[in-house]
Design a protein around this ligand. Structure first.
Ligand code: HEM
Length: 527
C-alpha cells in the first residue's frame, strides 16, 4: 500500500515537474530546489523580521498600533517588509510540505537517509510555532482569536499550574509578561529552527542551500508583486470584551484553528501526536532492504580522495594510511551513511575497464554489484546487439532508462549512471563493442542520488576526474536525462541517436565482427 502510494506520487511529481521544466527550464524549476528554497525563504523571513522589530512595539498596548503605523504610514518600506515577511513565511510552509511529500515519493527517507527525514519533523513544528507566535504578536482580532484558541488547547496539557487561557478572558487580564514571552518565542523558535535546519543537512555533502539565481530572483520578484498588490494588513485591534464575529484565517499556518474550535482539545493533541509518531516511524515502515554498502580494497586505493569528493552523502572520509603502503591516506566508508549508489565506484581511478579481468578489483566497490559484474554485463549485452548502429544504454534504475529496460535491447541498469566510470564508455567504443553509448539518467532537475547527473556531465565534458579521454568520439556518446514518466521521449531520442550513428562509419573491428558469443568477446576484449 505504502509502495503503491509512493510510486503514484512519484509519477505524479514527475508529470507536474515536466510541465514546469517546459515553462521554466531546469534552472528555474522550483521542484528540484525545494530544500534550497526553504533555506532562502528562511533568510528572507529572518532579515525582514529583524527590520520589523526595529519599528515594532512589543508592549501589548501599542503592538497593534505600531503594526498599523508600519502598514499605513510607512507602507513603502516597513509595510512592504511586513508583506514580504508574511508571504515568505506562507511560501516556506508550502515549500516545506511539498519537499517532505516529494522526498517520500522519491523514497529518499529510508535506509541510510532516515536521519534527514527524522530531523525534518521538528522543522515542521518549529515553522508552525514560529508562525503562530508571529500572528499573536500583531494583537489584532486574528491575534485575539489565535491567543484564545491556542491557550485553550495548551490548557488541556497538564503542564501549567493555572489555566493560561485566563490571560485572555478580559482586556484587563492580558498580561504584558505573557506578551513579552510570545515575542521572545517568536525570536527563539526560529533560532532553534535554524539549528535544526543545519542538523538536517549534516548527512548530505554540499547540500544545496541556495537556489539558482534565476529561481531566487523569480521568488523575490513574485513576493514583491504580491506584497504590492495585496499588502499584508491587520484585522482591527484586539478587544477581549467582544468575541470576534468573523476572522480571516491564514490557511498556511492556521488551517487547524477552525477545527480546534469545533473538536475537543484531546482529539487535536491525539491527532497531532499520532501524526508525529507515524512520521517518525516512517523510515522503518517498512524498513528499506538496501544493498550492502561499498567496500574499500586498500591494495587498489591510493588515497586520491576522488570518491570522498564525489560521494553525495558524506559517507566516505580520508584517513591516515593503516597498511604501511607508500600513500599517505586511505579512504574509510561509514556504512551507516552509504546508500550504495555506486557513484564512488565511477570516480575511482582504479575502476579502469581496460584492466585484465583477473585484476579488475577496484579501490572501492559495491559488493552486490561489483565492477567485474558490470564489465561482464556490458560485454554480454553488447554482444547480443545487431545492426549497423549498435547502442548500449547505461540506464539509471530510477529514471526512464530503468523503466524502459525491458522494452529496449542493449540496456544495462545501474543504481546511478555516475557509477559507470568514463573508462567504460572508452572501453565499449574503442574495443568496438558498440557504435554508440547512451547514458540515460534522471531528469536534470532531479537526480535520485543528488549529484549523479552533474558528475556524469562534468566527467564526459572533461571537467572532472576521472574524465572521458579526449580520444573518445563525442558524437558516439549521447546523454539523455529523462524522468520515469518520459519513456517515450527516451526511446524516441535513442532512435534519433541511432539514425545519427548510422550515418557514421562502422565501429566494428574485424576481431569482434568474427566473434559472436559473449565468452569469446570477453577474451577478445582482454587481449
Ligand atoms: C524548514 C524546512 C526544511 C528545509 C529548509 C529543508 C532543507 C533541506 C535541504 C537543503 C536538503 C538538501 C537538499 C540537497 O542538497 O539535496 C534537504 C534534504 C532532505 N530533507 Fe529537508 N528541509 C526542510 C524540511 C523537511 C521535512 C519536513 C522533511 C521530512 C519530514 C524533510 C526531509 C528531507 C530529506 C529526507 C532529505 C534528504 C534527501 C536526500 O537524501 O537526498 N525536510 N532538506
Amino acid at each position: 500500500m505504502i509502495g503503491i502510494t509512493r510510486r503514484s506520487l512519484r509519477r505524479g511529481f514527475d508529470r507536474v515537474e515536466r510541465g514546469f521544466d517546459k515553462v521554466f527550464g531546469p534552472e528555474w524549476n522550483p521542484f528540484g530546489q525545494l530544500g534550497a528554497l526553504g533555506w532562502f525563504l528562511f533568510w528572507i523571513v529572518a532579515v525582514t523580521g529583524i527590520y520589523l522589530f526595529i519599528f515594532f512595539d512589543t508592549g501589548v498596548e501599542n503592538a497593534c498600533a505600531s503594526v498599523e503605523w508600519m502598514t499605513d504610514d510607512q507602507w513603502f518600506h516597513a509595510g512592504v517588509t511586513r508583506s514580504f515577511h508574511r508571504y515568505a513565511s506562507d511560501l516556506m510552509v508550502a515549500v516545506m510540505l511539498v519537499h517532505m511529500v516529494r522526498e517520500f515519493a522519491h523514497d529518499r527517507y529510508r535506509g541510510a537517509r532516515w536521519l534527514s527525514w527524522v530531523t525534518g519533523i521538528p522543522l515542521i513544528w518549529f515553522v508552525y510555532i514560529s508562525g503562530i507566535t508571529g500572528y499573536w504578536l500583531v494583537w489584532d482580532v486574528l491575534a485575539q482569536y489565535v491567543a484564545v484558541v491556542s491557550t485553550e488547547l495548551l490548557d488541556w496539557l497538564p503542564i501549567f499550574g493555572e489555566p493560561i487561557a485566563r490571560n485572555f478572558l478580559t482586556p484587563e487580564s492580558v498580561s504584558g509578561r505573557f506578551f513579552t514571552l510570545m515575542a521572545f518565542l517568536h525570536i527563539a523558535i526560529p533560532l532553534l529552527l535554524l539549528l535544526a535546519m543545519w542538523i538536517h543537512i549534516q548527512r548530505i555533502s554540499g547540500a544545496r542551500v541556495k537556489p539558482s539565481r534565476a529561481l531566487g530572483g523569480m521568488v523575490l520578484g513574485g513576493l514583491l508583486v504580491v506584497s504590492l498588490a495585496m499588502p499584508a494588513t491587520s484585522q482591527g485591534p484586539a478587544n477581549l470584551a467582544k468575541i470576534p464575529a468573523e476572522v480571516g484565517i491564514d490557511w498556511f499556518f492556521l488551517p487547524l484553528y477552525p477545527l480546534i474550535d469545533a473538536i475537543p482539545a484531546g482529539f487535536i493533541w491525539g491527532g497531532l501526536a499520532l501524526l508525529t509518531i507515524v512520521l517518525f516511524a516512517m523510515p522503518w515502515l517498512p524498513k528499506l532492504n538496501a544493498p550492502r554498502p561499498v567496500e574499500v580494497s586498500l591494495e587498489n586505493c591510493n588515497g586520491c580522495a576522488r570518491c570522498v569528493e564525489d560521494c553525495p552523502y558524506s559517507a566516505i572520509d580520508l584517513v591516515p594510511r593503516t597498511d604501511g603502503a607508500q600513500a599517505l591516506y586511505q579512504v574509510l566508508v561509514n556504512p551507516d551513511h552509504c546508500v550504495a549508489c555506486g557513484i564512488c565506484v565511477g570516480s575511482c581511478p582504479s575502476s579502469s575497464l581496460f584492466r585484465n579481468q583477473q585484476d579488475l578489483v577496484t579501490g572501492i566497490d559495491l559488493p552486490d554489484f561489483p565492477l567485474t559484474v558490470l564489465r561482464e554485463r556490458v560485454i554480454e549485452t553488447a554482444a547480443k546487439l545487431e545492426g549497423r548502429a549498435r547502442i548500449l544504454t547505461i540506464a539509471c534504475e530510477h529514471a526512464a532508462g530503468g523503466q524502459a529496460a525491458g522494452r529496449t535491447e542493449g540496456t544495462v541498469v545501474l543504481p546511478c549512471v555516475a557509477m559507470a566510470p568514463p573508462s567504460l564508455i572508452d572501453f565499449l567504443l574503442s574495443r568496438g563493442h558498440v557504435e554508440g553509448v547512451c547514458i540515460a539518467g534522471c531528469a536534470e532537475r532531479d537526480c535520485q542520488h543528488r549529484l549523479g547527473v552533474e558528475w556524469t556531465k562534468q566527467r564526459i565534458a572533461g571537467e572532472r576526474d576521472p574524465y572521458l579521454r579526449a580520444r573518445v568520439p563525442r558524437e558516439r556518446v549521447e546523454m539523455i536525462w529523462a524522468g520515469p514518466t518520459e519513456v517515450s521521449r527516451l526511446l524516441h531520442e535513442i532512435e534519433a541517436f541511432r539514425g545519427k550513428l548510422e550515418r557514421l562509419p562502422s565501429n566494428k573491428p574485424d576481431v569482434l565482427r568474427a566473434a559472436s558469443d559473449p565468452a569469446s568477446v570477453l577474451k577478445a576484449s582482454e587481449s
